[in-house]
Design a protein around this ligand. Structure first.
Ligand code: NAP
Ligand code: F7E
Length: 342
């Protein structure tokens, strides 16, 4: 089996390529040219087994050429501008990457699939997201049947990708699927996503290298799982008999504040909170040291307040469940960051 992964240098790309290699796949990874080949998330030995192909998600002709040359059995489209906060600053490029690029791949697959009856059909996985739901009160837990109400340029872009996948599946019988994945984290998570920002900062504060941590909305609730578990779900989605859309989630939700408390505990801090809104601070109960301050710069023009997924369909149809608990995830990330700053 041959797989093409876009976003190979990202968090999920790194776990997915390891999984597919362990299953005997020949793995091709799309990487945009940076002038220097650098894959900090991928182990050197794993990298040696990958085929890196250079190309940009927004270059239709190059993507077409790559797909025709590689002729993968499966395409996992993970590449995106994936930061929700940044999507408010760069809505147009975000929209192109998560909307237009999905259409590029579907058009290429339509062309390749229809070339001849003997050509093997390419399956397509689209990295869709719980951000589609918008987290409005009363809609939780969110499942495949929950109405979408996107609250950011990122989510609107991903919603267009979602619908293109559904349309091409229904209109052209393409084996195309959306994985509606709730937040998944790991020690390889980008440092500007809240979980990694917290674990890295707390490790630095503990080591005396940072004064305090600045955060935005502490009340936001997320259903946080481990990325290593979720890539297994992506693979299972494409192994199902019929193409379909699936929610992958843990079924548990926590506030940003709870994430800080849990990570703090592992480093010997008993974080207690004082004040409200922008005046809120998080202190270590024992020493009185201020660990967290609020910086409104990290508030978003549109926020998703509560995400809580219902993964029942994935469990029933795919036999998939999130194996790693919230506490295990936080511990894994804190321990990795304590090591990473040494
Ligand atoms: P990530 O770490 O931000 O990785 C994004 C990847 O996309 C990087 O490899 C990046 O390459 C690549 N990329 C961005 N623009 C590109 C372009 N123009 N051409 C080629 N490659 C480009 O994201 P992730 O956390 O692994 O998430 C993977 C996918 O799942 C994303 O589509 C994300 O939106 C979606 N998703 C993530 C979560 C989550 O909680 N992690 C949940 C739901 C959905 P560079 O290294 O060159 O920047
Ligand atoms: O924010 C709040 C922030 O940036 C989580 C992406 O992978 O998951 C991710 O999107 C929450 C938000 O992830 C800070 O306002 C507070 O409510 O870690 P995040 P996200 O926006 O949930 C979804 C499913 C995706 O699809 C995306 O690709 O935390 N928050 N203070 C903060 N967030 C950040 N980044 N930084 C802060 O200082």
């Amino acid at each position: 089996m041959k797989a093409l992964i876009t976003g190979i240098s990202g968090q999920d790309g790194s776990y997915l390529c390891e999984l597919l290699l362990s299953k005997g796949y020949e793995v091709y990874g799309l990487d945009r040219r940076k002038g220097i080949e650098s894959f900090p998330r991928i182990d050197k030995k794993v990298l040696e087994r990958l085929h890196i192909v250079e190309g940009d998600l927004l270059d239709f002709e190059r993507l077409r050429q790559i797909v025709k040359e590689v002729m993968p059995d499966e395409i996992y489209n993970l590449a995106a501008q994936s930061h929700v906060g940044y999507s408010f600053k760069a809505p147009i490029s975000t929209f192109e990457m998560s909307g237009k690029a999905v259409l590029f791949f579907l058009e290429i697959i339509r062309e390749v699939n229809s070339a001849s009856a003997d050509v093997p059909k390419i399956k397509f996985y689209q990295a869709s997201t719980s951000e589609l739901f918008g987290g409005d009160p009363g809609t939780e837990p969110q499942s495949e049947t929950t109405p979408f109400n996107p609250h950011s340029p990122y989510a609107i872009a991903k919603l267009s990708g979602f619908h293109f996948v559904k349309l091409y599946r229904e209109a052209y019988k393409i084996f195309a699927c959306n994985g509606i994945l709730f937040n998944h984290e790991s020690p390889r998570r980008g440092a500007d996503f809240v979980t990694r920002k917290v674990t890295l900062a707390l490790a630095n504060i503990k080591a005396g290298r940072q004064e305090f941590l600045e955060l935005g909305n502490m009340d936001a609730k997320r259903d946080w799982g481990f990325a290593g578990d979720y890539v297994e779900g992506m693979w299972r989605i494409l192994q199902n008999d019929t193409p379909d859309d699936f929610v992958l989630a843990t079924g548990e939700t926590h506030t940003v504040r709870e994430f800080v408390e849990e990570a703090g505990k592992l480093l010997g801090y008993d974080v207690v909170w004082e004040g409200k809104a922008e005046k809120e601070i998080g202190k270590d109960k024992k020493t009185g040291k201020i660990i967290v301050k609020i910086n409104p710069e990290f508030y978003r023009p549109g926020e998703v307040n509560l995400l809580l997924g219902d993964p029942a369909k994935a469990k029933k149809v795919l036999g998939w469940t999130a194996k790693t608990s919230f506490k295990e995830l936080v511990k894994m990330m804190v321990e990795a960051d304590v090591e990473s700053i040494k």
